[in-house]
Every structure is written in C-alpha cells, then in structure tokens.
Write a protein that binds this ligand. Structure first.
Ligand code: 5GP
Ligand code: MN
Length: 326
C-alpha cells in the first residue's frame, strides 16, 4: 500500500491560496529539493507560493530548477493561509526567525527524521521514508496534482542525496517506486548525479586533501575522526559548505562503526557530522546527548565556545561507549 499523508494536510493545502514553504537552516539537497519541488507542485495548482530562505541558496545546489526563487528576508506573514516546514526535525532548525515563522497558522510539518521534535499544528512525520523529497511526491498524489519535469528533478535530487545514491538503509521499495515515477517524468539520473557528485571546485579538492591528513583512528579502528580547523578554509579558499560528503570517507573504512567530522565553521563554533553503520549503532542518541539530532546512522550537532580538540576529548568517550555496544 502506498503510504500517504494525513488527509488533513492535503485538505489544508487544497483550500489554501497563499502558502509559505520553509526548511531548515543550511539546507541540504533534500531540504531544498523538497521546498522547490513542493513549491512547483503548488504553483501548478494555481496557488501563490513563497519560498523563504534564511540565506541565499548555496552554490552546491543552485543547479536545482527554481533555486533562484528562494527569497531571503521575512515576507508579510499574516498574508499566508498556511506554512509548511519541510525536512526540519526541530523548530530551532527553522533559524533565527523561528518565532515569527511559527505564528503562521495552520503550521504544517513534513519530515522523516527519527528523532523528530514535534512543533507546529499538523504533522506528517515518517522516519521510514528515505527523504522528504520522497514524501512530497506522495503528497502530490494525494493532492491530485501534476508533478512537472522541474519538480520531478528537484524531488529526485533530494532522494539521491539523502539515500547516498540509493545505498543507505532508509532506501525502500517506496524509494524505488517514487524514483521510477520521477524518471518516467523525464528525470535523467546521470545528469542529476553529475550535478551532485562531479561538480566540485579545485578549492574543495584541496581542502579535502588537507582534511584527510587529519584522519585519526580510535578503539581499534572502530572510530574514525577527521577535522577541518578554521585555517584550512583560509589556506585553500574553500567555503564551509564545500565539506559536504567528506564524512563518507572515514565511514568507508571497513573497520569503522562510527565516523565523526569536526568542522570549525566559524571561529569558536564547531559543527559535528556523525555517521554509524548498522541497525544496532544509533548515532542519533549521541547527537541528542549533545543537543543535536538526526537519523539512526547520520546525525549531528553544533557547539559554540569550544575548540576542535576540546570537543573531540568530550565526544570520543561517548562514541567509544557506543561502538563497544554495536
Ligand atoms: P550532516 O552530517 O549531513 O550535516 O547531517 C546529518 C543529519 O544530522 C542531518 O540530516 C540532520 O538530521 C542531523 N543534524 C546535523 N546537524 C544538526 C544539528 O545541528 N541539529 C540537529 N537537530 N540535527 C542535526
Ligand atoms: Mn532529509
């Protein structure tokens, strides 16, 4: 049976004329692909749609059709009939305008994070789904809406990114069903893969070289740690978002159960990306303990007023405890 959104979500969207679409700060491809895809689907239904962003779309994702329609700055919030937050597991990840954005009623939430912290009024949260993009496709079905080739492209890119090219454990028969439908609507998988994975700058590759040199192994190779101190960005000319995907390399080691990437994105602020392998190795528990969140095998958090070394010293014993159990 095709999993479908709660009827109230589709009904609310059907009767709304003006819709505000939101996602999490520092949006990844699933976040943006879902926001742009749903935006195009609702526009195709004759609705007025506003795509809010806290910042300009990163150069990594400006290939997504319609990325130029994301608008920075708060719109006239009372003018909306509803808001939809996509791929956002926690209200705080709506960003610095969280409180204002949450005043839009009804506030709908569509998400697939396992540790979802409920907020807003109407929810469709399904951790069994690979990506929010996959859910948005089924929402279009419930709305009886067309999925244009541009919307299909955005949703497919969202799915490829969040499943690691259909590799992660979240990849299901529903994932392939939706991917098939999107390809039937004109998406070219090789083109999307090219934009996602063969589209990097030299600065990024130079940064990658330097970051790989920081590799440390702990707990008999069961934990792998890489770091990106602030100075590496200045020295290579790479931007903080250029580190997308680096965490996959420490994770790829055969012995590794848990991989961590500590990135000093701003002076004194360290953002932490973590990955684990297998059903029994739930890294989101570690992220939650440190005030963040995520999925069983991919999670993260941020910490202010700290250093890479200080945070590594705090984190390693907790990770050691985890890998001893899985
Ligand atoms: P990534 O390592 O790709 O940045 O993030 C992996 C997953 O961890 C994301 O899909 C997101 O669910 C979660 N995550 C990353 N950073 C944070 C954070 O600062 N707070 C929360 N709540 N979740 C995060
Ligand atoms: Mn996602």
């Amino acid at each position: 049976m095709t999993p479908s959104p709660p009827g109230e979500i589709a009904a609310t969207l059907k009767r709304s004329g003006r819709v505000l679409l939101l996602t999490h700060v520092h949006p990844d491809c699933d976040a943006l692909g879902s926001q742009l895809g749903l935006g195009q689907i609702l526009t195709g239904m004759g609705k007025e749609v506003h795509l809010y962003g806290e910042a300009e779309v990163s150069h990594l994702y400006d290939f997504l059709p319609g990325s130029e329609t994301v608008t920075v700055g708060l719109p006239d919030l009372p003018s909306f009939d509803c808001a939809v937050a996509l791929d956002c597991g926690d209200a705080y990840r709506l960003g610095r305008e969280m409180e204002s954005l949450l005043t839009v009623k009804p506030f709908l939430v569509i998400d697939h994070h396992a540790g979802h912290q409920f907020f807003g009024d109407l929810h469709w949260v399904d951790p069994a789904r690979s990506s929010t993009g996959e859910m948005v496709y089924d929402l279009a079905g419930a709305l009886g809406a067309e999925v244009s080739p541009e919307a299909a492209y955005c949703l497919y890119a969202a799915m490829v990114a969040d499943t690691g090219s259909f590799k992660y454990s979240s990849t299901s028969a529903d994932t392939f069903r939706v991917a098939r439908e999107l390809v039937l609507r004109g998406v070219k998988p090789a083109e999307v893969a090219g934009k996602l994975f063969d589209n990097y700058s030299l600065a990024r590759l130079r940064l990658f070289q330097r970051v790989l040199e920081t590799l440390q192994l702990h707990e008999n190779g069961r934990i792998a740690l890489i770091t990106a101190p602030r100075r590496l960005f200045a020295e290579t000319g790479a931007a903080p978002e250029d580190t997308e995907g680096f965490i996959n390399y420490p994770r790829s080691l055969q012995s590794v159960k848990a991989a961590v990437f500590l990135k000093e994105a701003e002076s004194g602020m360290v953002s932490v990306s973590m990955r684990s392998k297998g059903r029994d190795c739930d890294i989101s528990q570690v992220a939650t303990e440190f005030g963040g969140g995520g999925h069983r095998n991919a999670a993260g958090f941020k910490r202010f007023d700290t250093t890479i070394e200080g945070l590594a010293a705090e984190l390693l014993p907790v990770l050691a405890d985890l890998v001893r159990r899985c």
